[in-house]
Write a protein that binds this ligand. Structure first.
Ligand code: FES
Length: 171
């Protein structure tokens, strides 16, 4: 169940926009920051706050790969599998990365540290093959760099939801 503070923040956030439903994406970020992911129960709570159906909220959650319906690791690796990166060897790199982490693409490591998410173009084709590790764009990635990239990520704080800290002061 979402905390009273989170519910209040979401309701206040709705007042910032001419149409309350325009606040849905930031509201989902806030909910995800509290729960860690967006299970259907949380989506239903958010839907109720907006007067929307769960299906309407779910269609937004499943459209964006920044929202998660299942728990994810502390560190997120969005790994580009699109054309420019594929032409520069991303398929082999993804295999290597997943082999090092002992997971399949889309899975989370047993220790809960990393989730690897194969993604469409991440908008940095000039750095192909590339990935986004938590909030950092990394590339061009070479196979021999993978260990140091993972080690550097482990030292970081992880992937806080971009709006998880939001405070809404609506006069
Ligand atoms: S194709 Fe990989 S960043 Fe564009």
């Amino acid at each position: 169940m979402l905390s009273e503070k989170t519910q209040k923040t979401i309701l206040e956030l709705q007042k910032v926009y001419p149409e309350a439903r325009s606040a849905l994406i930031p509201a989902l970020h806030i909910a995800q920051a509290e729960v860690g992911y967006l299970p259907l129960e949380t989506q239903a709570e958010v839907a109720a706050l907006f007067g929307l159906t769960v299906n309407e909220v779910n269609s937004v959650v499943t459209f964006y790969d920044m929202f998660f319906e299942k728990p994810v690791g502390k560190h997120l690796i969005h790994f580009c599998k699109n054309a420019s990166c594929m032409l520069r060897g991303s398929d082999g790199l993804l295999k290597q990365l997943c082999s090092k982490l002992q997971i399949k693409p889309g899975e989370t490591t047993a220790d809960g540290q990393f989730t690897v998410i194969p993604s469409e173009c991440l908008g940095a084709c000039d750095r192909a093959p590339m990935m986004i590790v938590d909030d950092k764009v990394v590339g061009p990635v070479k196979e021999e760099d993978l260990d140091s990239i993972l080690a550097a990520a482990k030292k970081g704080p992880g992937h806080p939801s971009p709006l998880g800290h939001i405070e809404v002061n609506h006069a």
